[in-house]
Design a protein around this ligand. Structure first.
Ligand code: UTP
Length: 292
């Protein structure tokens, strides 16, 4: 049984970079090839042994709730038409041992606030946080969150997923710095949200995967609005660091920033190129593509 059973998916952001697509649906419901972004993240969590999925939803909640609910009409219709493979695809969205919880973040006050909204479902156990707009793919290897669960099991402390970025991009990320402890693993001595390149403590950026001890929830209760006038998870982690060791783990895998249009397009192209049914036709299409 996994040491981390609960995964939190904050999906209540405004998604302004994808308007008008995100006027009525959350950006996490945008599809990469044939699955919504959020399903890549829930599959990653379930494969790592998590069985309680907590969705922090906002005004565009309906499509997300429906996606993780039983689709009676559709399932009955597919059953009557004997479409077994399609029925399985629909039913596999929520395996039978999985428990889904939906919590409303009534105002988009920031990622930190969204995580705090999950408190009633998280309780006093360590939990994972996955931001579905960071799609992370590790072909043939352990998923990003599985790698981080392994680190948690060894170190028994909060673990933050990180990646090297150009320092000129530091004002888009939380940035961390600290001494190296092992291959891919460092201690977090400094963590700061969206510093200017001049203030960035390193080139290590926080991406959308965290394993957090429940003590973060108390820190979030007193975290004031920070960068972008939002309650930032990074600022609460900086507070937590004063009382607990926190680890930065530079995971193995390719990350697509699907919160940005270019990252989203890259994910669609590269995942289509690896898709069982589509790969050959899509490769052929790209090879013959002529743009004037
Ligand atoms: P982003 O920083 O990408 O913000 O949120 P956003 O609002 O979703 O998108 P843009 O920048 O306006 O295009 C990072 C993650 O935190 C969640 C988002 O849904 C996303 O998964 N989030 C953010 C919340 O759940 N609530 C918030 O108040 C803010």
């Amino acid at each position: 049984m996994s040491s981390i059973r609960t995964a939190v998916f904050p999906v209540a952001g405004l998604g302004t970079r994808f308007l008008p697509a995100t006027k009525a649906i959350a950006k996490e419901m945008l599809t990469v090839v044939d699955k919504p972004l959020i399903q890549y993240a829930t599959e990653e969590a379930v494969a790592a042994g998590m069985d309680t999925l907590v969705f922090v939803v906002g005004r565009t909640k309906n499509a997300i709730i429906d996606h993780y609910d039983k689709a009676y009409e559709l399932e009955t219709e597919l059953g009557l038409r004997d479409k077994k493979a399609l029925l399985k695809i629909v039913q596999d969205v929520v395996p039978s041992h999985i428990h889904c919880v939906f919590i409303r973040q009534s105002e988009a006050l920031g990622l930190g606030h969204a995580v705090l909204c999950a408190e009633p479902a998280v309780g006093d156990k360590p939990f994972a946080v996955l931001l579905p707009d960071d799609l992370i793919y590790n072909k043939g290897g352990a998923s990003c969150i599985q790698q981080m669960v392994d680190v948690y099991n060894e170190r028994q402390g909060s673990v933050i997923g990180t990646q090297t970025v150009a320092v000129t991009e530091s004002d888009k990320y939380g940035m961390v710095a600290g001494p190296k402890l092992a291959d891919r693993l460092s201690r977090v001595d400094e963590i700061i949200e969206k510093p200017s390149p001049a203030e960035a403590p390193s080139d290590q950026a926080v991406v959308g995967r965290y394993i957090l001890t429940p003590a973060i929830l108390d820190k979030l209760k007193t975290t004031k609005r920070g960068a972008g006038n939002e309650i930032q998870l990074t600022d609460a982690i900086a507070e937590l660091r004063k009382s607990e060791e926190i680890y930065a783990y530079s995971f193995e895998g390719r990350r697509y920033d699907c919160g940005s249009k270019i990252g989203y397009l890259e994910a669609n192209v590269e995942i289509a190129l690896q898709h069982e049914e589509l790969s050959a036709d899509f490769k052929n299409y790209l090879k013959n593509l002529q743009i004037d």
